[in-house]
Write a protein that binds this ligand. Structure first.
Ligand code: AMP
Length: 187
């Protein structure tokens, strides 16, 4: 089963993805984590990624799409994908469609975790204390939220007509969101 989790930074996509990975024995495909791994390598691409991330901007579609292509082409992961943070733009959504067709796969469920800006700010400020992420200062948080909402709106429009698209109130407690998702999945 392949799933997409959509939602602004701090909506709880990562937390729910980890739960689903355990429950379904799937793989979490977090483009944020993959990009942070590239930064660790200290390559030229890594430096460019770091600049974009720290400014609260999206990383270039081409860079992200090429990382995702490797994932889709991995036979071990076929039909076992939990997308966390991808696609985030219409170009990425269209790229994913192409790769799904090419690899003979479908997306079974799309969950949109919808949360307002105030809740996100509170949550990310707590995460900052725990994880010490360099892109987590208040100004960047607000920029990341606004960028996400602007750029991801077309992605929501793209998916929202699908019968397997579900909007969930992401400001609920973690366990409540988990149980809602489980109900939709019927697991
Ligand atoms: P995340 O860990 O998902 O909150 O992502 C952290 C940052 O990585 C984002 O603010 C973006 O700068 C970048 N990023 C992650 N996923 C994507 C994506 N699909 N497209 C573009 N940039 C991304």
């Amino acid at each position: 089963m392949n799933l997409i989790l959509i939602g602004p930074p701090g909506a709880g996509k990562g937390t729910q993805a980890k739960h689903l990975v355990k429950k379904l024995n799937n793989f979490q495909i977090s483009t944020g984590d993959m990009l942070r791994e590239e930064i660790q390598k200290n390559s030229e691409i890594g430096k460019k990624i770091l600049n974009d991330m720290n400014d609260g901007n999206f990383v270039n579609d081409q860079i992200v799409n090429s990382l995702i292509e490797n994932v889709l082409l991995d036979p071990k992961k076929k039909g076992r994908l939990i997308f966390d943070g991808y696609p985030r733009s219409l170009t990425q959504a269209k790229n994913l469609e192409k790769l799904l067709i090419k690899t003979n796969q479908i997306i079974n469920f799309i969950f949109f975790l919808n949360v307002n800006k105030e809740t996100i700010i509170k949550r990310i400020e707590q995460r900052k204390i725990i994880e010490k992420r360099s892109d987590d200062d208040l100004e960047t948080i607000v920029k990341r939220y606004d960028t996400y909402m602007d750029t991801t709106k077309p992605v929501l429009n793209f998916y929202s007509q699908n019968s397997n698209f579900y909007e969930i109130d992401g400001s609920s407690k973690i366990e409540e969101i988990t149980s809602k998702i489980d109900n939709f999945l019927n697991v």
